[in-house]
Ligand binder design. Structure first.
Ligand code: CO
Ligand code: ZN
Length: 333
């Protein structure tokens, strides 16, 4: 799975511009799928038929990450930007950034800005252009950019990078799709668009699929950072089974189903109660006539920064748990 993780992290995919990543995932999964489709919004839908087609399971991992869009090009050649999704301005300042067409720049803050006043409207991108004309040869209004990828190994099991939210889940779903036995139900591996701007892609996808069961895979905060709000989730504690976040109260059917599988297979797990932030779980739960919806979360420190930190052991636990759910279903005896 590390190969997938690296490949997907290195692929541009800001909200609304997920096409390059969708294409890579589609190519990786075509040999393992009964069908591969892209819908109008750009969601990638990979179907693996089940032992029984009586029920449908929808899995969701979002392909998009937070980023910026060019709003204005100064005569000096500097680019003004606006945020796409929940940007932490302080965290993204003074980083290398990259555009979809490969243009590289640095994201900086206006001189003389007090630390407490750092905000996206005080930021600009320097792409090394001498003036507006030169800048316009590389970039135009509306082009998107994100922090440039860099995967950093920390200690023996841990990694830091931007956009583990939610490329790790994309790698995880792809890994399960290519290694699982025949699923219990018809299983839709859905790589969604525009989650970071309000779970927009998963809504039409869930409406079209009309799943009976739904599991989102996304990152969750942890309580083990200095200054963190008390929270039971910690790095190295295993797969996090979501109880709730700010957008969803997970179905007991899914919580109990995932817990039973984890207990049976001795997969390390912990329960997640996330007080702020939402996921595609909510769209899947309430689409159409509704579904039994829950989520498996990857414990992640410093979410939405260029140095999100995860423990690879947790990832392996998430893979095992998702695979068990896909192969054996969610009904507890
Ligand atoms: Co996010
Ligand atoms: Zn996410």
């Amino acid at each position: 799975m590390k190969d997938l993780m690296k490949k997907y992290l290195n692929t541009f995919s800001v909200s609304g511009r997920e096409g390059l990543l969708a294409e890579k995932i589609a190519n990786d999964l075509r040999p393992f799928a009964d069908s591969v489709d892209t819908d109008t919004m750009g969601n990638l839908i990979v179907l693996k038929k089940g032992k029984s087609s009586e029920k449908k399971l929808m899995l969701a991992a979002h392909m998009d990450e937070i980023g910026f869009v060019v709003t204005y090009i100064e005569e000096s050649g500097f680019l003004r930007v606006s945020n796409i999704g929940g940007i932490n301005a302080v965290a993204s300042a003074y980083h290398k950034v990259i555009f979809e067409n490969g243009t590289v720049g640095v994201l900086v803050v206006e001189s003389g800005t007090a630390f407490g006043d750092v905000a996206v409207k005080k930021m600009y991108v320097d792409i090394g252009a001498k003036n507006k004309k030169e800048a316009e040869r590389k970039v135009k209004i509306g082009d998107c950019l994100s922090v440039a990828p860099e995967l950093i190994k920390l200690g023996s099991n841990r990694y830091a990078a931007k956009a583990f939210d939610d490329r790790l889940a994309c790698a995880l779903l792809a890994e399960v799709a290519r290694t699982c036995e025949k699923p219990a139900y018809d299983t839709y591996f859905v790589f969604t668009v525009q989650e970071e701007v309000g779970c927009r892609g998963s809504k039409p996808a869930a409406y079209a699929i009309a799943p009976d069961y739904a599991i989102a895979v996304d990152v969750t905060n942890t309580g083990d950072m200095i200054g963190a709000q008390p929270m039971a989730v910690k790095l190295g504690g295993g797969a996090a089974i979501k109880i709730k976040d700010a957008s969803v109260l997970c179905s007991k059917v899914v919580i109990d189903g995932l817990t039973a599988l984890a207990e049976e297979d001795k997969i390390p797990y912990q329960y997640e109660v996330l007080v702020a932030g939402g996921t595609d779980t909510s769209s899947m739960q309430t689409a159409g006539a509704g579904s039994f919806a829950g989520a498996i979360s990857i414990p992640t420190r410093y979410v939405h920064s260029p140095v999100e930190v995860v423990d690879y052991k947790d990832l392996e636990a998430c893979v095992s748990l998702l695979k068990a759910a896909v192969e054996r279903g969610l009904e507890t005896k």
